[in-house]
Design a protein around this ligand. Structure first.
Ligand code: ADP
Ligand code: MG
Ligand code: MG
Length: 892
């Protein structure tokens, strides 16, 4: 194994081995750009060090050989007394990572060679400045001395001299400072600053290896989901000096504006300075454009190089450079970070420049960026004024929402009906809060994490949500929210919540809508004068994605309004229409009658009353989705969810009893609630089990669907319903429902004198269903993977509980990098999906396959579903553009 690569040996594709910095230094070297010569020690060497506690035995000789070659090439030896070669030792992992060891510059200087450097440069001040920097950086990063001690000594020296910045110190002052620094090292590190240049270099290299496992680095990796076993490379680079006087300097540059993508001259420059000075803010930098005046030759050279880099990398690059006495040197480049808006603009700009094709453009953006662009945000400049920060929670669903505080769903709905904007504040939410959540501008909870009910539902609806704001106390009885410091928000007070940062304000912070959503809504055409470059870029990227994607994208929508919006957003049908909302609100009473029915007649009457209501819902839905498939899921949740809360009801009954008021109905209800009570409702009487136990329930729903289809057909429409049976575990369940359904459909067809072909399929959301997919496919015309329930049942996790109890600990321990409810677990749940796809298609060629549930709108999961060969994903209307984009990226 080879552990050391000269800059001339590597290239940009060797990031795994050479780290990002090393790979790009090599790439620039090979492009013929002026890079100071050097070499890179591989991540492999680091891995050996981390595993065994010492460098690989071959490393020392390899480093010596490369150092030798470098010395010969430069015509001087490391730390040579009369003319020292100096180097920097720089960390550089595959991904740039804060928390890794800082770079040490000027390695090779010592008490002996500092005079040689001064003589060679003809500049004493420069030599002592370089030496004090070395001791400072080395002391801090390699020997672990508190950096403030050096800073304080430096401040003191400036103060003694009356100097406003480091340039006010002369050679003698700096020489004095070197002595002080050496004393600090000796005292704090318990050893002298090493005078042997090679020892300096070796210690620095080892410190870089060590820093891979520093606490800050580990924490960062966990947050960013960077594997812990990559290791870091180490770059040894011969020094060039920006601190050699006014004709020297150092700077950073971008090949285009990372905020907007616009081409131009972006960067900062600092004369007579070294390395970090530019970003450390020790003196004021000047805009890069000024360099043209200061040193036109170097400026022109830099502009040419930036163009070379852009054409070569075909992307925005950021750059670190140094000018040494009028000669430009390149010290680093990489494809630069950018905002979401810039990512879209740059991708299309590069297509126009002929540098990349459409498929590549799609690779340059992602669904998370698109989602970011879709959320309204607080007007930055206007924030703070008049609004007071109340506290902070978890940024659960991005966006900015302003409204009057309300503390229950009922008030939320009532106030919003009368035109008020409201923020629903709850300790935590549950399915009963759904209407309130829909009515509210945003949701604030004091409990629960990123995957709590509030967070998941809000994200699905594209609604702003801050959850788990534990410093805020929610009192729903007294209808108020208390913040630390005694501030109390009463019902009706205006608050603002920022779902992108988690900050909660009292008062109104102005909000600006997203032009990207206006575009998707059809209110802003790319040709419109109001549309900016961003809208045009998004429009173009969406059409690239639509052209190449194979996955269809459908919506989860339960009503005509959502369906219409979904359609505007590009949905190709509905993949999941939940029918449970059709049992809520005013209809609860009918459902109660259904549940309380003692006889077939009573039950039949309740069902007959529900039928026309359901039918009308479906007619509207099919109309909104005319010509496109609408998958209707028959009733799924356990019945008790439609009954009043057991405590409320008990109280009501007890009160009525004590007041001797009539309460017979409540008493019957209470008995029913007790009868239906389950320890584990999620694994209880729900889904197809309900359909098999409550006679006529599924039949009524199928009839409503069939009649709605017949009505639409009669009205000249093109309805395409598909009937989906939830929670099937065995084909026998499905066969019974199928038999009953086919009878009903035939009756309706005969009654309307029309032919009705309604495909009947099932959800695959239980492990047993996935494992017997071949049998189930005999009775199902389509599968829709219900990956929420499948994840719950495969892992044995209750989604509603685990988030609060142990997910944080699991995430912290790195057991998973992301909740399996957010991104599909490829290895476990994913393998069941793959198996069921294969078995299902083998049993029934042409079987239609889709997925509904949270994962359908998750970027990474969409890629999995593409690979697994599904026909479509279905997600909430707001996620449709994201799913379209990601489906395109997956196919590209
Ligand atoms: P970071 O990863 O923090 O940017 P770098 O290794 O790029 O760390 O170095 C820190 C600073 O030192 C940068 O400004 C860089 O340009 C400068 N620098 C690094 N090596 C040299 C060198 N050989 N000569 C001059 N400046 C250097
Ligand atoms: Mg750098
Ligand atoms: Mg389910």
């Amino acid at each position: 194994r080879k552990f050391v690569y000269d800059f001339t040996e590597g290239n940009k594709d060797l990031k795994d081995l050479l780290g990002g910095k090393g790979a790009n230094l090599a790439e620039m070297t090979n492009l013929g750009l002026p890079v100071p010569p050097g070499f890179t020690i591989t991540t492999e060497a680091c891995k050996v060090f981390l595993e065994s506690g010492s460098e690989p035995p071959e490393l020392r000789d390899e480093v010596s050989a490369h150092l030798d070659a470098l010395e010969r090439r430069m015509g001087k030896r490391l730390g040579q007394n009369d003319d020292p070669l100096l180097v920097s030792v720089r960390s550089g992992a595959k991904f740039s990572m804060p928390g890794m060891m800082d770079t040490v510059l000027n390695i090779g200087l010592s008490d002996a060679s500092v005079a040689g450097l001064a003589a060679q440069a003809g500049d004493d001040r420069f030599a002592w400045d370089s030496y004090r920097r070395l001791i400072q950086m080395f002391g801090k990063t390699v020997l672990g001395v508190d950096g403030d001690l050096f800073e304080e000594a430096l401040e003191e020296a400036k103060h003694a001299k009356g100097a406003s910045n480091d340039l006010g110190l002369d050679a003698a002052d700096l020489r004095q400072l070197v002595d002080t620094f050496k004393q600090i090292v000796a005292k704090e590190a318990g050893r002298e600053f090493p005078q042997d240049p090679r020892e300096q270099m070796d210690l620095a290299i080892r410190a870089v290896f060590h820093s891979w496992n520093g606490d800050r680095a580990k924490l960062y990796r966990r947050q960013e989901r960077i594997p812990h076993d990559l290791g870091t490379a180490v770059n040894v680079c011969s020094m060039v000096f920006g601190n050699l006087g006014p004709d020297s300097g150092t700077g950073v540059a971008f090949t285009r504006d990372p905020a907007t993508g616009r081409q131009g001259v972006y960067g900062d420059y600092l004369q007579n300075a070294q390395g970090e000075d530019v970003v450390a803010g020790i003196r004021n930098t000047v805009p890069l454009a000024e360099l043209e005046r200061i040193d036109k030759t170097s400026y022109d050279a830099l502009m040419r190089i930036m163009e070379t880099l852009e054409t070569h990398y075909r992307d925005l690059c950021d750059i670190e450079f140094t000018i040494e006495r009028g000669k430009l040197w390149m010290l680093q480049t990489r494809v630069g970070k950018r905002t979401a808006a810039a990512a879209f603009r740059i991708a299309t700009q590069l297509v126009d420049q002929g540098l990349i094709d459409e498929a590549e453009a799609l690779r340059r953006v992602n669904g998370n960026q698109l989602a970011q662009l879709m959320f309204p945000r607080f007007d930055e400049t206007a924030a703070k004024d008049g609004a007071r920060k109340l506290g902070r929670g978890i940024a659960a669903s991005p966006g900015a929402a302003v409204g009057k505080a309300v503390f229950d769903s009922y008030t939320a709905v009532k106030w919003s009906r009368s035109g008020e904007k409201v923020i629903l504040i709850r300790r935590e939410t549950n399915p009963d809060d759904l209407n309130g959540m829909i009515a509210a501008e945003g949701i604030l909870t004091s409990r629960g994490g990123k995957t709590s009910h509030a967070a998941v539902v809000a994200r699905g609806m594209g609604k702003t949500c801050v959850c788990g704001a534990e410093e805020l106390e929610v009192d729903t009885k007294r209808r108020c929210l208390s913040a630390p410091g005694g501030v109390v928000v009463e019902e009706g007070d205006v608050i603002s919540i920022d779902g992108s940062t988690g900050v909660v304000y009292r008062g109104e912070v102005p909000v600006v809508p997203s032009p990207v959503v206006e575009y998707f809504e059809g209110r802003l055409a790319p040709a419109d004068a109001r549309a900016d470059e961003l809208v045009t870029a998004v429009d173009r990227m969406m059409s690239y994605a639509d052209r190449i994607r194979r996955l269809h994208v459908r919506a989860n929508a339960d009503n005509a309004e959502d369906a219409a919006r979904a359609r505007r957003f590009g949905a190709q049908g509905i993949g999941l229409c939940r029918t449970e909302h059709m049992f809520l609100g005013d209809r609860r009473e009918l459902v109660e009658r259904l549940i309380l029915a003692d006889t077939d007649t009573e039950r039949g009457e309740a069902l007959d009353a529900l039928l026309p209501l359901q039918r009308q819902d479906f007619i509207e839905l099919f109309e909104a989705m005319d010509g496109l498939p609408v998958t209707v899921r028959l009733l799924d949740p356990p019945l008790h969810e439609f009954l009043p809360d057991i405590t409320d009801l008990s109280v009501r009954v007890a009160l009525a009893e004590s007041r001797k008021e009539p309460h017979e109905n409540d008493l019957r209800l209470l008995q029913a609630v007790h009868r239906l009570h389950e320890q584990n409702p999620m694994l209880g009487l729900r889904g197809v089990r309900l359909g098999l136990v409550i006679p006529g329930l599924f039949g009524m729903q199928v009839r409503a669907i069939a009649e709605a289809a017949a009505e639409r057909r009669r009205a000249g429409g093109d309805p395409r319903p598909e009937i989906m049976i939830p929670l099937v575990g065995t084909v026998q369940e499905l066969e019974i429902v199928r038999e009953e359904s086919e009878k009903v459909i035939a009756e309706v067809a005969a009654a309307y004198g029309t032919e009705l072909r309604l495909p009947l399929g099932t959800m695959i959301e239980l492990p047993r269903a996935a494992l017997t997919a071949d049998q189930i496919a005999e009775a199902a015309e389509f599968f829709s993977f219900g990956t929420n329930d499948l994840t719950q049942t495969v892992w044995g996790f209750s989604r509603d509980d685990v988030e609060a109890s142990f997910f944080t600990a699991y995430l912290e321990k790195g057991i998973f990098g992301v909740s399996p409810f957010e991104t599909i677990d490829r290895d476990g749940v994913g393998s069941l999906v793959r198996g069921a796809v294969e078995a299902g298609r083998a049993a029934r060629p042409g079987l239609k396959l889709g997925v509904c549930g949270e994962h359908g709108g998750d970027p990474e999961s969409v890629h999995f579903f593409h690979e697994a060969g599904l026909d479509y994903v279905s997600c909430s209307p707001f996620r449709i553009p994201v799913a379209r984009l990601e489906a395109g990226r997956a196919a590209g």
